[in-house]
Design a protein around this ligand. Structure first.
Ligand code: ME8
Length: 515
């Protein structure tokens, strides 16, 4: 029996085009990129999707404010998100826009499935709506006349189709119960469960008071509620409604929908209910990450403290930015961005720890080993350190994989840093600068072991800091085809005598004044 290659389908939220990309969008996208790269290096066939959410009242209003027809407006603004993807070095395989024909077709096909299941009926909506949240609210949910998120609400009364969400309460609770890993982190999962236990009302899924959306099949006076439209993007990109297509068969259901905590309810309640109604498999996991503030303040246009991804990358470097975002805050918790924290993190982890290890080792090899990979001796102390470094012992790579599947980025990074610290202690203990005079063979052995640890660190760092890891591995003359996790194994160790390029610094220090 042939083993089919394992696949991994991961998605970012599709971002609203009313706004320019900022640190928050960059965060979600970088986290997904790291996972996508990790899974590829681990031998999986990956589909990594991102894109833009272009319909609805919020986007229509932004277009009107910009004095442009909505299509032209979305064409322009969605480019900012494509640009963000390239600035952040994202390895996305697709970029979806909800105004594309493939998506309109998929959203209408999903509607028809819900309808065929008997879950759609025509009624009238009278209640509160927040354009900023694109969400309906109960009178009882309002706080001082505003949405619980603080957004303005307006009174809406219009004919509307409804989805029988109330019929899915028990089925959803059963699903959460049977799939404890379907919503992470656990605290968020508990919030979702208590929300659903509190009772579900049928959901208004069409609008009639504006036109910027996907027409409801068979009743074109209605356009689809933007969240029903938007959530379908994940299916569209997997080839839906063609459920016989190779893409659909390889990639649906998605392995992970990564979202911010603000939009968990849509992904963990509405989306699985729609899919159950349509008789389609449910995504394996939704992870809701935390919220960033800037120097202790909420990010907002009025405060003028919105951090643009371009700016971060230009000022601190791409890899430094990516590293900071995933290392600074345990993933799932809220975080605070400050220039000081950024500078400290870059210096302590990248420059002083990993950078210093590479610098010391590679410059000694250049000077004292003729610029070639030195000869190992396999002493007990070498083996002990390499045991730690090579994530070859099945448990360690399994650990990293398990941590990544559960989005514990900071734990994987901590493990890599611990290897680097152990190697720095080894170099101090062995003192190759002394061995050079007393026992040159021991010096060579020490440097070989260190270079080998750096090779493993370089391989493991690739998903997080791809450009720097590439440079690091280039300096060790590791071939491009010898960098997957499979190559962590000792049989792929650096070959003595291999000529190495001239070393150069990879992780520069930054001063706080420059931050
Ligand atoms: O909600 N901290 O799009 P959106 C962390 N179109 N993450 C943040 C953040 C912050 N301060 N600000 C934004 C939408 N984000 C819908 C999604 S999906 C079918 C439709 C991130 O442009 C976070 O991922 O408002 C959040 O969920 C997302 O941007 C919201 O992006």
């Amino acid at each position: 029996m042939g083993m089919a290659q394992k696949t991994y389908y991961i998605t970012t939220p599709i971002y609203y085009v009313n706004d320019k990309p900022h640190l928050g969008h960059a965060y979600t996208s970088v986290a997904c990129d790291v996972l996508a790269r990790f899974m590829r290096l681990d031998g999986r066939r990956v589909k990594f999707l991102t894109g833009t959410d272009e319909h609805g009242q919020k986007v229509e209003k932004s277009a009107a404010n910009a004095g442009m027809p909505p299509q032209q407006f979305t064409d322009e603004v969605s480019e900012h998100f494509r640009h963000m993807a390239s600035v952040l070095g994202l390895s996305n395989d697709d970029f979806i826009r909800t105004t594309e024909p493939r998506h309109i077709k998929a959203a209408q096909a999903l509607w028809q499935r819900l309808d065929a299941a008997g879950d759609i009926y025509l009624g009238g909506y009278a209640g509160w709506y927040s354009v900023r949240d694109e969400a309906f609210y109960q009178e009882s949910e309002l706080v001082n006349g505003k949405a619980p998120t603080g957004a303005e609400v307006e009174w809406v009364e219009e004919p509307s189709y409804f989805f029988k969400l109330s019929a899915y309460q028990e089925k959803l609770l059963k699903f959460y119960d049977e799939n404890p890993g379907a919503i992470l982190p656990e605290s968020r999962r508990n919030e979702v469960i208590s929300f659903v236990k509190g009772g579900l009302r049928d959901l208004s899924i069409s609008r009639t008071t504006f036109t910027w959306g996907i027409p409801v099949p068979g009743d074109e006076k209605h356009i689809m509620y933007v969240w029903l439209d938007a959530l379908t993007n994940y299916l569209t990109a997997a080839g839906f409604p063609d459920t016989d297509s190779p893409d659909y068969n390889s990639f649906w259901p998605a392995d992970l929908h990564m979202v911010g905590k603000d939009i968990l309810r849509f992904h963990a309640v509405y989306w699985p209910a729609f899919l159950m109604s349509a008789n389609l498999p449910l995504p394996r996991r939704v992870f809701a990450h935390g919220w960033w503030t800037i120097e202790g303040e909420k990010m907002s246009k009025s405060l003028g403290n919105v951090v643009a991804p371009d700016h971060l990358v230009e000022k601190y470097g791409l890899d430094q930015t990516r590293y900071f975002l995933l290392r600074e805050v345990p993933f799932g918790q809220d975080g605070n961005f400050s220039r000081q924290a950024m500078a400290e993190r870059i210096n302590s982890d990248l420059a002083n720890n990993i950078g210093n290890l590479a610098q010391r080792t590679l410059s000694m090899i250049a000077k004292h080993c003729g610029g070639r990979v030195p000869t190992p001796l396999h002493r007990p102390q070498d083996n002990e350190l390499l045991e730690k470094a090579q994530v070859t012992r099945p448990t360690s790579l399994d650990d990293a994989r398990e941590q990544m599947l559960r989005c514990k980025f900071h734990e994987v990074l901590q493990a890599i840093l611990a290897m680097s610290s152990a190697a720095n202690e080894f170099i101090d203990r062995e003192a190759p600068w002394t061995q050079k005079k007393t026992d040159p063979a021991a010096m060579e052995a020490t440097l070989h072991t260190l270079a080998e640890v750096i090779r493993c660190i370089g391989i493991m760092l690739q998903p997080f800091v791809p450009d720097s890891a590439d440079k690091l591995l280039n300096q060790l003359a590791v071939g491009k085809d010898a960098r997957s996790f499979e190559h962590l194994k000792p049989e792929h160790a650096l070959q003595p005598g291999t000529e190495l390029p001239r070393p150069e610094g990879i992780f520069p220090r930054i001063t706080l004044e420059a931050a």
